[in-house]
Design a protein. Sequence first.
Lengths: 190, 190
Amino acid sequence: MQEKLPKPWDPYGKVYVLRLGHRPQRDKRITTHVALVARAFGANGFILAGACDDSVERSLRRTLECWGGEVEYECGVSGRRKVEEWHEMGGEVIHLTMYGVPVDDVIEEIRSSTRPKLIVVGASKVERYYYDAADYNVAVGNQPHSEVAALAVFLDRLYRGRELYSIFYGARARIVPSPRGKTVTGGVEC
Amino acid sequence: MQEKLPKPWDPYGKVYVLRLGHRPQRDKRITTHVALVARAFGANGFILAGACDDSVERSLRRTLECWGGEVEYECGVSGRRKVEEWHEMGGEVIHLTMYGVPVDDVIEEIRSSTRPKLIVVGASKVERYYYDAADYNVAVGNQPHSEVAALAVFLDRLYRGRELYSIFYGARARIVPSPRGKTVTGGVEC
């Protein structure tokens, strides 16, 4: 039995990503990228507020089956209710928005608090409620770009880059880093 | 006259992003996010290989007009030809791929070389040619996630996070970071 290494979210118990404002069809690829970034950068939950979207869930589950890891998936829930739940259980809510305070100004405080973290990312328009309810409104640069990028850079800063070396347990395939080719162990075509 | 601060790409002359494998319609939103991340994280060029896509160009131009900055835009060109041109003018080509070597292993070398940088990001399937022609095949984590995320984290590491403080000249609107609200100066609704 392999000894289990610590997981990125261990200090906090839970690091979940809440995706707001998803419009099925139109947003399915961006939302899938958000879900895959959540997994790859060390979150252990992904919540899709509002309608469910089979194509997002399928992509995430296929990735988990092939490349391993543990991400709880929920959908069809109220985003507000999730924020309330998170506060009730003592967690903190971090809303990523280009209007917020620079990530560097708050990341140490967020990193050193052991409270479970709910990271909220929106699509185009996020309701005022989330700006008020969040413990932190955090900007990864005060420029318009991408919730996919904002989430990745935020988690990369939270974990100081160590998330890139996580072991994903249960993987059927693993990449061996290579300067030139594509080397995959496990013998499975994913 | 405002004194111009150094721009992130100054040490290299050019930091361009080459987007491969774009399928109009299907990829328009992801490719738009790639273009906006290129701008926001300190690239000064964005090249869309293959077909042009008006919706990508429109989003990028609208962002530049409103929020400022300088990004050269090209489309409808051959990706291979661009890589060759880049090498002919003494530049280096960095292909972001989950199969590559960890970003931390090569970022210092890439950062300290003053050669112009062409950062190649693919969609689903990238031709073997690019793995062979690239000076570096670089992985931002050896896990499947998102070219949007990979590009953002790569540029964030290249510039050591300083790109988040860039001044975007010519902006009609600027965000004043705020812990709770949305504060924009310039008086223009973008």
